[in-house]
Design a binder for this molecule. Structure first.
Ligand SMILES: Nc1ncnc2c1ncn2[C@@H]1O[C@H](COP(=O)(O)OP(=O)(O)OP(=O)(O)O)[C@@H](O)[C@H]1O
Ligand SMILES: [Mg+2]
Length: 199
């Protein structure tokens, strides 16, 4: 059995979840682990001097739990998929050369060293400031973004996290998140299918 771990990182509203879901639909025996599922409870996330909750940093996330889930996939992808209610596509060959893919998506997946080392491929979706702000304003988050949150917390933290990532991470493939959904999917899925032939 071969295993491939693909990271779909990027800024908020870059299109990470959209691309990940489409990828999962086209990649056989694939599943998604999303960083957004590991936010700590709102009550323990600190607040800055402007009253903004400090969500856009690793401390706001249960990275230990996320790693545990990824390790559980690594140990037995087939069992992991079944535990998620996903159907494993047969035949799973007796030669042991089936490929299972894990798509890990999130805004800080490359900033966490122990996770970053696990990726076979790293994509980073980026969009311009104005589009990011517009897309974000059309979404309803839990808890909702307070007035001024984008410019007071989200954007400055993005710039900080991005610098930290670029200073430490190699082999990032930057994707233009303003491209059509289907073009992004074609680009990334072709890339990954190619990797299937070499893993
Ligand atoms: N390629 C695209 N072109 C136009 N709109 C897109 C594209 N990809 C995603 N969107 C839209 O942008 C918004 C954000 O997409 P998505 O939820 O996939 O982003 P995200 O990076 O996962 O965001 P979050 O920071 O909330 O996790 C959604 O309204 C989605 O429909
Ligand atoms: Mg998302």
């Amino acid at each position: 059995m071969k295993k491939l771990i693909v990271g779909i990182g990027g800024m908020t509203n870059g299109g990470k979840s959209t691309l990940s879901r489409s990828l999962q639909a086209v990649l056989p025996n694939s599943c998604i682990i999303s960083q957004d599922s590991f936010f700590k409870d709102d009550s323990v996330v600190p607040v800055d001097s402007h009253g903004f909750k400090q969500y856009d940093m690793l401390d706001a996330l249960h990275m230990d739990r996320m790693m545990h889930e990824i390790k559980s996939w690594m140990q037995d992808p087939q069992r992991f998929m079944q535990s998620q209610g996903l159907t494993v596509k047969c035949p799973v060959s007796e030669k042991g050369n089936d490929i299972f893919s894990l798509i890990v998506e999130g805004f800080l997946i490359f900033n966490y060293g122990p996770l970053n080392t696990l990726f076979d491929k790293r994509y980073f979706l980026q969009i311009p400031y104005e589009m990011c702000k517009l897309r974000r304003s059309s979404r309803v988050y839990v808890p909702p973004d307070p007035v001024g949150y984008f410019d007071g917390h989200v954007w400055p933290m993005y710039l900080k996290n991005r610098k930290e990532m670029e200073d430490t991470v190699q082999d990032l493939v930057f994707l233009d998140g303003t491209q059509k959904r289907e073009d992004l999917l074609a680009r990334v899925s072709e890339d990954i299918q190619q990797m299937f032939t070499v893993v």
